[in-house]
Design a binder for this molecule. Structure first.
Ligand code: DC
Length: 220
């Protein structure tokens, strides 16, 4: 029997850091579902398609191949055979991902792939709708939150480390826009599942966050 851990929450709340460490601790794969929506946005940008044009995106989604592979180094994502791990981490793609994620045909396609992966593997999956929609029956569900300031600082460090041009002010704006856009869409908005455990990571260290979550996962 495989098991699933669902980790949801807004950008910068600590989901990917937690999910990476937990997957290693509990012998599961880590699926970053945000990377999938980012890859759809990247495909649109590469083709000159507006990331808010649902009709064009619906056609496009039938013509592209998104492949997620799990290696010793974690997840690698391929768009039509090309590794796009690096290309999907720009501010332009972040915004585009939030745009494309509004459209049900895009979500259906991504969710189908996500559920297939969870059916075959122990998985720690992070995103916005994992506990409420993708893996409603997940054995363990967590919803991570943190203040917008601390989330922006974390994202800034991440981008800075990768030498992308960024400033804190614009990151705060980007995060606030995405929080609102991701929470207000009709299909599976960002929302805490009723049976998810809420963890506020604003004032705790990474280690404390991981320990707290791991403490709930007892028989995986
Ligand atoms: O987690 P992230 O920042 O890489 O996600 C990028 C965008 O993708 C996010 O703003 C909303 C969307 N997303 C989603 O709608 N559902 C998911 N399960 C994961 C991400």
């Amino acid at each position: 029997m495989v098991f699933s851990v669902a980790i949801d929450g807004p950008a910068g709340a600590g989901k990917s850091t937690a999910a990476k460490q937990l997957s290693a601790m509990f012998d599961a794969i880590y699926l970053d579902t945000g990377a999938m929506y980012r890859t759809v946005a990247l495909a649109a940008i590469k083709r000159g398609i507006d990331t808010q044009d649902g009709i064009a995106l619906e056609k496009m989604i039938e013509t592209i191949d998104i492949d997620v592979r799990f290696t010793g180094n974690g997840q690698e994502i391929y768009l039509d055979g090309e590794n796009v791990n690096g290309q999907i981490r720009t501010p332009e793609v972040s915004l585009g991902a939030s745009h494309v994620a509004v459209f049900p045909p895009i979500r259906h396609k991504m969710v189908e792939q996500q559920r297939k992966i969870a059916a075959k593997n122990n998985v720690v999956m992070d995103g916005r709708d994992i506990g409420t929609y993708v893996l409603k029956d997940a054995k363990y569900k967590f919803f991570l939150v943190a203040s917008v300031e601390i989330r922006a600082q974390r994202r800034y460090k991440e981008l800075y480390g990768k030498s992308t041009e960024a400033d804190l002010e614009s990151i705060i704006k980007d995060i606030e826009f995405r929080d609102e856009n991701d929470s207000s869409r009709k299909m599976s908005p960002l929302k805490q599942a009723e049976d998810a455990i809420l963890i506020d990571t604003t004032n705790i260290s990474i280690q404390e966050m991981v320990d707290e979550i791991a403490g709930y996962i007892n028989d995986a």
